[in-house]
Design a protein around this ligand. Sequence first.
Ligand code: C2E
Ligand code: CA
Ligand code: CA
Ligand code: CA
Length: 276
Amino acid sequence: AKKQGLGRYQFYQEALTQTVTDRLQLTAEIRQALVQQDFVIHYQPQYCHDNDKIVGAEALVRWRHADKGMIPPAEFIPVAEQSDLINELGIYVLKTACQQCLAWWKRGLPRFSLAVNLSVNQLRPGVAAEFQALLMEIGFPLANLELEVTESLIMKYEDLSELKALQALGIAIAMDDFGIGHSSLAQLKHLPISKLKIDRSFIKDIPAADNDMLIASTIISMGHSMGLKIVAEGVETAAQKSFLAEKGCDLLQGYLLSKPLPAEEFERLLLARQQA
Ligand code: C2E
Ligand code: CA
Ligand code: CA
Ligand code: CA
């Protein structure tokens, strides 16, 4: 029995070591991918429910890997978040997306609000000044930028001065994945945010799930009473769209209108909409 126990222990130890090794290797690969510019940004439109006009786009990063193909963010963002790498990756995404949008607008394509995701460790002291300097250098209008921050992230911080500083610059702050964390709607009053994104988990079972419809419509009406704009994420069906439209949800995002698209395809979508 003792031997078996030891064997199990060794096995466990091995698995543990491997995980750490894997993570270190992945970290090194991400670092290299940044240098080689192997990260690409896809754009997913956000649109008005009443006229299908594209009023926003969320920048979503992917890793174009030589051997493994397109790697989704869930497989590398959490690793990047464990080190300073997330700051480098975050800056890369912000810069690349802003430059891309500026290039479109300079060619006369319709303007929209660009939404970029912000991770936990990015909200460090000095980030507002750093973003301001970067955006001024690029020439990107601050009023066209929005940062998406998750509910759990905001609730983790007692000091929201950097987020407030970002908002004071004219950058809109949206609370992402709203509803799955622990914040109450009452707490929102004190936060520097102007938008709520209803988490996809409350959208996906509409119209079958009565309680999800109740949650979604409550978020919309209470959010509105606090002066917040509401975005629904993960809108996949016409039934979901019409429910959300009826409840007055301001913006919709999801596969129903479009999946996240590579820049060239998003550009075609913008052009097609402009001519429509
Ligand atoms: P998120 O911010 O909640 O982004 C929305 C995710 O839902 C995206 O997955 C998008 O492709 C997916 N999605 C959009 N519409 C639909 C729909 O109708 N149905 C379904 N089933 N899914 C839909 P993606 O691109 O794989 O990104 C996953 C997460 O990775 C994001 O969740 C975000 O938390 C993170 N992420 C992506 N890009 C970045 C980034 O540049 N920086 C940081 N910090 N995080 C990022
Ligand atoms: Ca997001
Ligand atoms: Ca989200
Ligand atoms: Ca989500």
